[in-house]
Design a protein around this ligand. Structure first.
Ligand code: PGA
Length: 219
């Protein structure tokens, strides 16, 4: 079971560290629940230290990475550099596709940079028809109408779509649901047969609400 937190551009360094210190001591050390926090690039280095010092069961991830290797690419964050800090990267999020012109081709290049640097790509798709680069075994179904709106998809529909994704990308693909997940509705999603966890934004920003979700997922 995965519980992945996407901070988006919501927390600065201090706020990220406060969140880690607020939740860290209460997190269960569980083999079956994988808790991933994806703060902004500027928080990754200190977040990694805080996780190590506190010995917290938090996997660190990024919200993006460069489609290019290190070199003359001003402003980019290559996977090779990020791999010092992170184990996973959210790729192809709909906010990146909409606001930053990310295409399937760019997402595929980012996925190969992730693989080359031993980073797990978590590829986001809005529909099961969208392209999933080969060998991606962690996919998030995030319908645009549900992202940040307070109107999630129904657990039943999300489950059907998760199955479609597994049929397309392989039965060993783990599928997360994302879009307006909170501590009140998360149980209905994770109970579904084909849903292997959730990708949460707004609903996880508050440490107390996030811990309620952890408790529900840690079964
Ligand atoms: P939300 O965002 O939980 O705020 O809807 C989820 C996401 O975009 O990953």
């Amino acid at each position: 079971m995965w519980l992945v937190v996407n901070f988006k551009a919501n927390k600065n360094l201090k706020e990220t560290l406060d969140w880690i210190d607020a939740v860290g001591p209460s997190l269960p050390k569980s083999d079956s629940l994988k808790i991933v926090a994806c703060p902004s690039f500027t928080a990754l280095s200190e977040a990694k230290k805080a996780i190590l010092v506190g010995n917290y069961p938090i996997i660190l991830g990024s919200q993006d990475l460069s489609s290019f290797p290190p070199g003359a690419y001003t402003g980019e964050e290559p996977a090779k550099f990020l791999s010092e800090f992170i184990e996973l990267s959210i790729l192809g999020h709909s906010e990146r596709r909409t606001n930053f012109g990310e295409t399937d081709k760019i997402v595929a290049k980012k996925v190969s940079q992730a693989f080359e640097n031993s980073i797990i790509p978590l590829v986001c798709v809005e529909t099961p028809q969208m392209s999933i680069p080969s060998n991606c075994k962690l996919v998030a179904y995030e319908p645009v109408f549900a992202i940040g709106t307070g109107s999630p998809d129904t657990p039943e529909n999300a489950d059907n779509i998760a199955l479609e994704i597994k049929n397309k990308a392989g039965a060993d693909t783990e599928v997360l649901y994302g879009g307006s997940v909170n501590h009140e509705n998360i149980k209905a999603f994770i109970q579904r047969e084909n849903i292997n966890g959730c990708l949460v934004g707004t609903g996880a920003l508050d440490p107390g609400e996030f811990l309620k979700m952890v408790e529900i997922c840690n079964i």
